[in-house]
Design a protein around this ligand. Structure first.
Ligand code: HEC
Ligand code: HEC
Ligand code: HEC
Ligand code: HEC
Ligand code: HEC
Ligand code: HEC
Ligand code: HEC
Ligand code: HEC
Ligand code: HEC
Length: 409
């Protein structure tokens, strides 16, 4: 009998029934607040798990009487303030035991408290003074009633929607000026290479606000951690940057890794002309450092030029009917060399780039000489045909004359 009751609770008792009853029809909160239920809560990820009004607001859902449902002692908190929201959401989401079943992370609240937002919310210099209620808390990013799975394209934290979600506050000039922060990130981001990839190509692997800032640990990526943000995705550039002369400057706090050259919100497609504009922001035009930059600029330019030349040559040859399959293969190899120069130049070592250039240049030279050779052979073959043609024409004329003569008789 005992085990039967146990089994009954195991199977029938909802996993999150903090207060009875669990059924929607018997829930007095829903009876009175049917509009909120139908329009907002019903379709949420929580309702699906039978997490209802009282699980977030407290109160007694068995009482249909207004006073009794919200009496002291029922834990009713009304509309929660921001700190209560963090604690309420955290009461489940930070509880490993409760969330274990679902296999989702339980570090959101802990991380949140370390973020720029969370620190501000929890920072109370004078006990009892108002907390900062302008920062983002769980419900500002996820919504409060219609919380959706993060992978749902309608979720406010789905990659395509994140910039807009942040922009609700970070684009509000009046709000942001109160914190001494600019309010133009969204616009700048929108026109960046990442913003274009996200919005125009729907490329979900492009950086959004939270890829660089973190979502729950949304702190401004400081001078020390910024390379980690970019380097998470641009692994090779990061690797070579670590070997560059600027690492010491980074340690001394004089250089902000990637953003010193690329900027942050407005990162654009990069090309070699960055060497002409970025280096001189910190180094004198005539300095050894700027000269090193100029040297790399020249090598990059030269490889681009030679690659193009080889490409044009191979293309022309194929149009002329020369068989260049082999050269097309070598061309791919040369192209790969030139492409790998872009990450390698982050080592800022003209010696290493020269080394790669030499390898490339040899392949390019081989392609060019082979194509020229083949063209020569073709030319020779064509000229070898001329006597044969003359012979055929002469023979044709002779035959014709002979025929005429025979006919004249
Ligand atoms: C008898 C009907 C009734 C029941 C039962 C009821 N409510 Fe309400 N509730 C109301 C009314 C009426 C208001 C006030 C309307 C308003 O301000 O919009 C209200 C207001 C609220 C508010 C806003 C509080 C505020 O401070 O403005 C919350 C949150 C709330 N109810 C949650 C609940 C929860 C949770 C339950 C179940 C435990 C519940 N209600 C049960 C009728 C009810
Ligand atoms: C997952 C937690 C959660 C659940 C479940 C939940 N609420 Fe709320 N509710 C909140 C939070 C958080 C706020 C405050 C939002 C804010 O101020 O930004 C809120 C706000 C409200 C408000 C104030 C008006 C508004 O919409 O902002 C009412 C009324 C309310 N809830 C009633 C209900 C009722 C009724 C249910 C059940 C049908 C319910 N809530 C289910 C978290 C929840
Ligand atoms: C500044 C916006 C922001 C705030 C504030 C925020 N979240 Fe999130 N949350 C996100 C984003 C973006 C994701 C998407 C996945 C990711 O980046 O981790 C996410 C993912 C989640 C997930 C899915 C599991 C996971 O970790 O990937 C849960 C659960 C969650 N958040 C709960 C919370 C709770 C609880 C709070 C409050 C303590 C909170 N979030 C505060 C933006 C936020
Ligand atoms: C009573 C416990 C409980 C409370 C309170 C609660 N949640 Fe949840 N939450 C859950 C459970 C259980 C799931 C479902 C997990 C699943 O289905 O994978 C969930 C799912 C989520 C998800 C989707 C996670 C994903 O992997 O896509 C988000 C986002 C989320 N909750 C945010 C919040 C926010 C924000 C609050 C506060 C306003 C909150 N939760 C309050 C228990 C809770
Ligand atoms: C509800 C409004 C709100 C939302 C939504 C919001 N923020 Fe904030 N955020 C703030 C406020 C207010 C501050 C200023 C707090 C301070 O001075 O530290 C802030 C501070 C920050 C900071 C620290 C800036 C600094 O230098 O101190 C970063 C980074 C940040 N937010 C990123 C984000 C990202 C990324 C998102 C979206 C995922 C987001 N925020 C969503 C209100 C919001
Ligand atoms: C490619 C990475 C990246 C993306 C994407 C990105 N940020 Fe930033 N953001 C940074 C870096 C790096 C800094 C720090 C700048 C510095 O230290 O000079 C920063 C600074 C900030 C600050 C502090 C402002 C300041 O000037 O002190 C806020 C707020 C912020 N970002 C919000 C956002 C929002 C909102 C989005 C999305 C619309 C976003 N960021 C997208 C990298 C990024
Ligand atoms: C979440 C991954 C991610 C993060 C983080 C990220 N990026 Fe990107 N980045 C991309 C993707 C994907 C592209 C390719 C976009 C496209 O389709 O053009 C890209 C493109 C670029 C480009 C242009 C590449 C080209 O071909 O010229 C530069 C430069 C760049 N990122 C620099 C940065 C910097 C600097 C940071 C840090 C402040 C950063 N990225 C952070 C994913 C990321
Ligand atoms: C000293 C200036 C400088 C710094 C610091 C720098 N870059 Fe670059 N980056 C450049 C230049 C110049 C190019 C263009 C090279 C070309 O056209 O071949 C470039 C190209 C790129 C590209 C596109 C080409 C490619 O590699 O595919 C990406 C992505 C990139 N950088 C990411 C980063 C990241 C991530 C960091 C930080 C770890 C970083 N950069 C640091 C100057 C810099
Ligand atoms: C944000 C400023 C900044 C930018 C931009 C910058 N550098 Fe530097 N660079 C430094 C600092 C700081 C040092 C370290 C000087 C020291 O420790 O005395 C340094 C050192 C160097 C050195 C080591 C030799 C020396 O003069 O100390 C070289 C080489 C160098 N940079 C090349 C470049 C090149 C090439 C570029 C452009 C692609 C560039 N730098 C862009 C700040 C910068």
């Amino acid at each position: 009998m005992v085990s039967f009751i146990f089994l009954f609770f195991l199977l029938v008792a909802p996993r999150f029934a903090l207060a009875q009853p669990s059924s929607i029809e018997d829930n007095s909160c829903i009876t009175c607040h049917s509009d909120i239920w139908e329009k907002e809560v019903q379709g949420s990820v929580h309702a699906r798990e039978n997490i209802l009004c009282q699980d977030c607001h407290g109160g007694d859902p068995t009482k249909l009487d207004f006073e009794a449902a919200k009496a002291p002692g029922t834990g009713f908190i009304g509309i929660p303030n921001k700190k209560q929201i963090a604690e309420t959401c955290g009461s489940c989401h930070a509880d490993v035991e409760k969330m274990n079943f679902y296999g989702i992370r339980t570090d959101q609240l802990a991380r949140y408290k370390t973020s720029g937002h969370g620190k501000k919310l929890y920072e109370q210099t004078v006990p009892g003074t108002a907390m900062n209620d302008k920062v983002a808390v769980c419900s500002d990013c996820h919504g409060h009633h219609k919380v959706l799975p993060i992978a749902d394209p309608n979720s406010p934290v789905y990659p395509l929607n994140i910039p807009k979600t942040c922009d609700r506050c970070h684009g509000d000039e009046k709000l942001m000026s109160g914190f001494g922060l600019p309010a133009d990130m969204f616009k700048t981001y929108q026109s960046s290479v990442h913003g274009k990839a996200l919005f125009e190509k729907k490329d979900l692997s492009a950086a959004t606000c939270t890829s660089c800032h973190g979502s729950h640990g949304a702190i401004p990526p400081g001078v020390k951690s910024i390379g980690e943000a970019c380097g998470k995705c641009h692994v090779n550039e990061k690797k070579y940057f670590l070997e560059s002369v600027h690492m010491k400057a980074v340690e001394d706090g004089k250089f902000s890794e990637c953003i010193s050259c690329h900027g942050n919100h407005g990162v654009q497609v990069a090309n070699k002309f960055l060497y002409r504009t970025a280096c001189v922001q910190c180094h004198e035009q005539e300095s050894a450092a700027a000269q090193e930059g100029e040297k790399i600029f020249q090598i990059l330019g030269q490889s681009e030029g030679e690659l193009k030349e080889a490409e044009v040559l191979v293309k022309q040859a194929s149009i002329e009917g020369i068989f260049v399959e082999e050269e097309q293969g070598s061309l791919e190899e040369a192209k790969t060399n030139v492409i790998s120069m872009a990450p390698l130049q982050h080592s800022l070592s003209s010696a290493r780039i020269s080394e790669l250039y030499d390898k490339f240049a040899q392949v390019a030279r081989e392609i060019k000489s082979r194509v020229r050779e083949k063209r020569q052979v073709l030319k020779w073959r064509k000229s070898a045909l001329i006597p044969i043609w003359i012979f055929i024409v002469v023979m044709a004329i002779a035959l014709w004359v002979k025929y005429k003569r025979l006919k004249g008789h």
